[in-house]
Design a protein around this ligand. Sequence first.
Ligand code: CDT
Length: 305
Amino acid sequence: MTEPRVLRVGAAQLGPIGRHETRAEVVERLIDLIRAAADQRVDLVVYPELALTTFFPRWYTPEVSGHDHYFETEMPGPETRPLFDEAARLGVGFTLGYAELDPEGHRYNTTIMVERDGRIVGHYRKVHIPGHEDDEPWRPFQHLERRYFQESHDGFPVFEAFGGVVGMATCNDRRWPETYRVMGLQGVELIAIGYNTPIHYAPDPTQDALQGFHNHLVMQAGAYQNGTWVVGVAKGGIEEGVESLAQSVIIAPSGQIVAQAVTDDDELIVADCDFDWCRRYKETLFDFERYHRPEMYRLITEPDS
Ligand code: CDT
């Protein structure tokens, strides 16, 4: 019998961030949450997508650079350094979503993973960029991620960290089964996912009432079908007049929700994630080496013509 490998994980949901809220104010909120996590002896805190600012892709600017003040050019930078310092002092690791402007001028929707000693373990840059490129004034609000972010070509890396195999994904990625499977094939045991999901979906408002259902449906399926923990963390509530889904969750490899946020504001939920629970699925029903049939799935990986 192997010893259980149990990681205590905190999902640090955020409520709205106003457009005039400063980075320093937001970082103070993140620090409050990580301190609350440390009080509960949490090892890893998962923060949402674009956790440092308001969800700026809801506004069109004529120049793509019009929102550059929402982007980070270094991580940690002067305003985020206090979070890194406090996390390392407390011995709590974290994943943090932010807008990245790299030295070549590329803009990515990025998540960073930081170990308990403050070491940066890796980056993930969002693969599936939803929404649209140009102003669409018929919408009550815009979803211009495709204007402000480039698609990453780095795929879905996993990292040996926190005593297991850990990966990241970002918001819209969670709706795509390939996201989980690419990490599942690399033996992932926990996937940290941050999201900003407006309740209103202008192209098809019949989906509005189903946002909560779809959110849990995709993450529970991804967890179960790959025998992995999934931690889905929202920035929710009414931000600049736009309501976004909360309902952050921690999901076991069985697909069961073991913890769920009950507010749409800053809130920490905690669960003990036993990585050996993953083996029950990875070594039985979802023993990929034994049972999966990649030669039958070629259509999935053939590039679009
Ligand atoms: N942030 C993000 O990816 N949100 C999308 C919204 C739907 S597309 C307009 C999501 O999949 O939740």
